[in-house]
Ligand binder design. Structure first.
Ligand code: PEP
Ligand code: MG
Length: 888
């Protein structure tokens, strides 16, 4: 290897810097940076991650010249420290620590006090005038070295230590004296022998074994698992660096100690110094939890000068790194040393506050602030969460797809009606269903949360729950529901009607019993400020999928700039409208149908007006009826018996209608634009309702931007047919009213044929909205209601990287979107393009849509804040043209 392999720092110089994280690991890069800044860090050197990479690629061997390079660095370390490795009078002791570019706490190996042997321990005892300390350090080293570097079981050493304590009749380590530790050391050496190993007395040997152990630990089981869990892909990081650092001791008496501090409160984000200090101790004592540390301020009482220096440097570090720092320090005989600094982990609340405060303090710009908070963190702040302590103790009884975030606890009910009854009495319930249907929306609304055994991320339950902002888990296949017996079984536990369960829609986990939930903080204060920064930066517009005025208001309050999708069918389930709808469906003649529609018209008109009002002049895209008609009719005998007389037909007639509507493949059946081809009068009624509502708005002097959207178009001829009907109906009403009203007619792109003939379609459509739920379903040929059964096999086997209904499949469905965009804009450069499938609220997909040059995304109201942030982050990462504000 002809690259530089060892980077030295100390004595006021540093070869590395904070920019070299990939090469030196986070720890090594920051130690070098602190040395550059002239801060008190113990001197040392870092062996690069490239050496780790070499080691694993060359059959666990090192590059030839590494030894010489380490020797040279060691020599410099001796010079700077004034100590000598293995010296009988003034020995240099070092720690050997791992440190990758990404922090992997506790996953890899660390060895302290290296350099001690039978001779140097005596020097340490003499120089510190503290034999107890020296022999304790020696026995700790022998133990750690045996355990970490040579794989001798940890508990063998613990047993030996206990044996000495027992012989002496004491319980704690601190009650042991130097001579006791000498005994421990003898026993430890025996343990080595029994294990067929030898404790190396030569410090150089110790060092090389330790270096190799640290590089080796990169591939230990727990480190591999940690990387997998944290989404660090194989080969993404080169490996770990090895830091060899001069030891400093916090356990040299009362003027020594060790601590951890944060430059701001990591829980609240408040600008206060926060941390812990333990006098006369080493870091591992704090970790082991044997002694309880004091709050940081205690240091001010014990060593005020050190405290002053510490807090000054904390400020300096925060200013230098322009972010909250998590710092480890040690005080050795009144002298302060910084052992580590890194970006501090923080709660979601603190992340937002710190980002906004740092902008106000002039330390970072708005774009940087926006990148400092993840969409997940915003999501967490907007939904209830479980009390972290309680959830740890709770019994997990199942897991499904995390369909709608937030935590909910309640009594189990198995029907929507029951949910509504309980909720009326004020009892919180969780609605458990095999799957949900539009008829269940009342019960879903009444429930605290929804759990279904089947269905995927775009199933009815998932879409509706997200719209309502209700926690939901879908496709929890482990849950076996017996509706008759009113119970379900999961992981051997039977849960009955009325029993308490808790569900976490953020993680997909189901728990037995009640768990305390913590209220969300809402869109106020710093969260609102951060999202305003996001709005200034983003290029993509953000709209909401909302079907009723209440949801639209929620969406507007969350910052939605219009409605990208109103699924009008959801309006037909409110109150007694379903009866009117059913009457329309069972009509035998056009006249009958038109009469039934006539009754629905004023109701729809009022709904649309409510949406227009809630959106305050922003565009509102209303989609004509989409689902197959059978969804509006009951399919069990009892309900049919009840319904038939109300509809003025016999049970047999109703049965026949239901049977006729039955389809083998309803998602590819008589739905979307196809309904309007068969029953144009439905489209006429809906157009009238939209336009009449808009005319009222205009007459009241209010701004309105209606957009009429035709679903499931696969050929331009379908669209032409509908476009004509819609325009004739609308223009006639506008003319009659004598008002000035503009509207648009556009289409959804959700059938692959529609996407690949987008140039033809764009001749007619004024806008496209990508219905990526159906587009995914039809491009992949995966039923959106059934794919949950097998998708995990696909993901596990690496065939699809993730759930394609959650994160858009960029290679396939994404290509469809790009093709449609290019074809569409080739005909009409002004063509407005949006997304209203569930991907419109998914940060990863939003980044893709930004790059694909779409104009806006539309998502459920509760995802609007996330989408605003994600769109801004995409804009920071990938620069694009200007944001068009469609309300103007
Ligand atoms: C879609 O298919 O992406 C869409 C938004 O329509 P729906 O989910 O109602 O089918
Ligand atoms: Mg669709």
């Amino acid at each position: 290897m002809d690259k530089k392999m060892v980077y030295f720092y100390g004595g006021g110089v540093a070869e590395g810097s904070a920019k070299m994280k990939n090469l030196l690991g986070g720890k090594g890069a920051n130690l070098a940076e602190m040395a550059r800044m002239g801060l008190p860090v113990p001197p040392g050197f870092t062996i690069t991650t490239e050496v780790c990479d070499y080691y694993w690629k060359h059959d666990r061997s090192f590059p030839e010249t590494l030894e010489a390079d380490v020797e040279a660095a060691l020599k410099r370390l001796e010079e700077v420290s004034g100590k000598k490795f293995g010296d009988k009078d003034n020995p240099l002791l070092v720690s050997v620590r791992s440190g990758a570019a990404v922090s992997m706490p506790g996953m890899m190996d660390t060895i302290l006090n290296l350099g001690l042997n039978d001779e140097t321990v005596e020097a340490l005892a003499k120089n510190t005038n503290n034999p107890r300390f020296a022999y304790d350090a020696y026995r700790r080293f022998i133990q750690m070295f045996g355990d970490v570097a040579l794989g001798i079981p940890h508990h063998d050493f613990e047993e030996a230590l206990n044996q000495v304590k027992e012989e002496k009749g004491v319980k704690l380590d601190i009650e042991l004296e130097a001579d006791d530790f000498k005994k421990v050391i003898e026993l430890y050496k025996e343990i080595y022998k029994k294990a067929g190993k030898e404790f190396p007395q030569d410090p150089k040997k110790q060092l090389w074994i330790a270096i190799e152990a640290v590089f080796g630990s990169w591939m230990n089981e727990r480190a591999i698992k940690y990387r997998a869990i944290n989404g660090i892909k194989e080969g993404e990081l080169l490996g770990t660096a090895v830091n060899v650092v001069m030891m400093v001791f916090g356990n040299m008496g009362d003027d020594s100690g060790t601590g951890v501090c944060f430059t701001r409160d990591p829980n609240t984000g408040e600008n206060i110094k926060y941390g812990e200090y333990l006098p006369n101790a080493q870091g591992e004592d704090v970790v082991a939890g044997i002694r309880t540390p004091y709050p940081l301020e205690k240091l001010n009482e014990i060593l005020p000068d050190v405290y002053k220096q510490l807090t000054e440097i904390m400020d300096k570090l925060e200013h230098h790194y322009k972010d909250m720092q998590d710092i480890e320090f040690t005080v050795e005989k009144g002298k302060l040393y910084f052992l580590q600094t890194r970006t501090g982990k923080r709660t979601a609340k603190a992340a937002v506050k710190i980002a906004v405060d740092l902008v106000k303090e002039g330390l970072i710009d708005k774009a940087t602030a926006v990148m400092r908070v993840t969409p997940d963190q915003i999501d967490k702040l907007l939904h209830p969460a479980f009390d972290t302590e309680e959830v740890k103790k709770a019994q997990e009884i199942g897991e499904g797809l995390p369909a709608s975030p937030g935590a909910a606890t309640g009594k189990v009910v198995f029907s929507a009606d029951e949910a509504e009854e309980f909720a009326k009495e004020g009892t919180p319930v969780i609605l458990v269903r095999p799957e949900t249907s539009p008829e269940d929306v009342g019960g879903m609304n009444a429930a605290e949360g929804i759990l279904t055994a089947t269905g995927g991320m775009t199933s009815h339950a998932a879409v509706v729950a997200r719209g309502m902002g209700k926690p939901a888990i879908v496709g929890a296949e482990e849950i076996v529901i017996d509706e008759e017996a009113k119970e379900f079984t999961a992981r051997g536990v039977t849960v009955k009607d009325g029993d308490w369960i808790s569900i976490d829609g953020t993680t997909g986990k189901v728990y037995l019993g009640k768990i305390k939930t913590i209220k969300p903080q809402g869109l106020e204060g710093e969260v609102a400020e951060l999202l305003e920064f996001a709005d200034e930066i983003r290029v993509l517009g953000v709209r909401a999928n909302a079907d009723i005025p209440r949801d639209a208001k929620v969406a507007r309050n969350f910052g939605a700039e219009g409605i990208g999708l109103c699924r009008t069918e959801h309006m037909f389930f409110e109150g007694d409208r379903i009866q009117k709808m059913r009457r329309m469906i069972v009509s035998k003649t056009v006249e009958q149908r038109e009469a039934a529609l006539e009754e629905l018209l004023p109701l729809q008109k009022d709904d649309f007006k409510g949406l227009f009002e809630a959106m305050e002049g922003f565009p509102v895209t209303i989609r004509l009826l989409d689902p197959p008609l059978h969804e509006f009719l009951p399919n069990d005998e009892e309900q049919m018996k009840e319904l038939a007389p109300q509809l003025g037909i016999t049970v047999e007639e109703l049965k026949e209608i239901v049977e006729n509507l039955h389809e083998f493949n309803p998602m590819m059946g008589h739905r979307g634009v196809r309904l309007a081809i068969t029953y144009p009068e439905v489209a006429v009624m809906q157009t009238k309702a939209i336009i009449l509502a808009a005319i009222e708005m205009v007459k009241e002097g209010k701004k309105v931007k209606p957009e009429i959207m035709i679903p499931l178009v696969g050929t331009v001829k379908e669209l032409k047919y509908l476009d004509k009907i819609v325009r004739e109906t609308a223009d006639k009403l506008i003319e009659e009213a004598g008002v000035d009203l503009e509207y648009k007619v556009g289409t959804m792109i959700e059938v692959p044929r529609g996407a690949i003939t987008a140039d033809e379609i764009a001749e007619v459509a004024q806008f496209f909205s990508f219905g990526t739920n159906d587009l995914t379903q039809m491009t992949l040929g995966f039923s959106r209601d059934d794919y949950g059964k097998f998708i995990n096999d696909y993901i596990e086997k690496g065939i699809y990287e993730s759930d394609p209904f959650k994160h858009v499949d960029q290679t396939g469905v994404g290509r469809m979107v790009k093709i449609a965009k290019d074809y569409g804009r080739s005909v009409n450069p002004e063509l407005k393009l949006g997304v209203c499938g569930e991907h419109g609220g998914d940060p990863e997909s939003i980044e893709f849509f930004h790059k694909t040059q779409l104009d806006y995304v539309s998502c459920s109201p509760y995802r609007v804040p996330i989408a605003r942030l994600a769109a801004a982050q995409a804009a920071v990462k990938f620069k694009r043209g200007k944001f068009v504000n469609y309300a103007d």
